[in-house]
Design a protein around this ligand. Structure first.
Ligand SMILES: [Mg+2]
Length: 257
């Protein structure tokens, strides 16, 4: 072991001890009266947890973010902003990159718009809030069957714009094939009509949504399509197989990999 390495280790050890000491000093100076540790490793263990966001506080923030009552952002305004951006991208594509017979000028391919469903086409906020940000497969299936999920206005607007141009719009969801009938009911109840495809996860699909969705967009390419817009609320909606325009809606409420 070199002297240099030893020296570095000593420095790191010193920094750790100093931060522990600072923590104890800070607590004492804050006047809270709570003893959160000493300058030993006990204090250092608490430091890590204190750096993590408190779950209860985070849930409060998420509720405020959804209802636009915080300075942390405004969910509905951000949904609207991203979907308007997607709409402008689509309008520009139609006016500049489309042949008279609705083919992509550059590639000769058939354009298609790919839209995710949950928290993109439909809002499940009611059940998300009701379950306190937890997930239960059983209660979510009941929610789907109730067909109460409202459409996300900006996505419905984009969908209708695509259909008005006579171009295909396809839903690509990680919902299972067994949920097809209820999903069709959900989409119709929310105002979507005459979509050109509803791609659902089959038994042999990759486990990860990112892999499954990328695979399905690649399958569209193999059928002669070019994905003009791919829009979703998860990074896993957008990774892998590319699109001309990718649009990520906000969703700090849950994560799908
Ligand atoms: Mg989604």
């Amino acid at each position: 072991m070199s002297v240099l390495t030893l020296g570095k280790r000593r420095s790191i050890a010193a920094i750790v001890m100093v931060s522990g000491a600072l923590l104890s000093t800070g607590a004492a100076q804050s006047g809270t009266g709570s003893v959160i540790g000493t300058t030993t490793g006990q204090a250092n263990g608490i430091v890590g947890g204190e750096r993590l966001q408190n779950l209860g506080a985070l849930k409060e923030t998420l509720l405020q973010y959804h209802d636009c009552t915080c300075t942390c952002g405004c969910y509905t305004a951000e949904l609207d902003s991203v979907t308007r951006e997607a709409g402008a991208f689509f309008d520009n594509y139609v006016s500049t990159a489309l042949t008279g017979d609705h083919l992509d000028k550059r590639t000769g391919r058939k354009p298609v718009v790919v839209i995710d469903i949950d928290e993109t086409a439909l809002s499940n906020w009611e059940i998300i809030k009701d379950r306190d940000f937890g997930y239960s497969r059983e209660s979510f299936l009941q929610w789907e069957q109730a067909a109460k999920a409202p459409g996300i206005p900006g996505t419905l607007r984009l969908f209708n714009a695509v259909k008005a141009q006579g171009l295909p719009a396809v839903f690509l969801t990680a919902r299972l094939e067994s949920e097809r009938d209820v999903t069709v009911g959900d989409l119709r109840a929310a105002g979507y009509a005459e979509w050109d495809g509803l791609i659902m996860k089959g038994a042999d699909a990759p486990a990860l949504a990112a892999d499954y969705k990328s695979q399905q967009r690649a399958a569209l390419r193999e059928k002669g399509f070019i994905v003009v817009i791919n829009i979703g609320d998860q990074a896993s909606d957008l990774s892998g197989e590319p699109a001309l325009g990718r649009f990520k809606l906000p969703n700090p409420f849950y994560l799908v990999r």
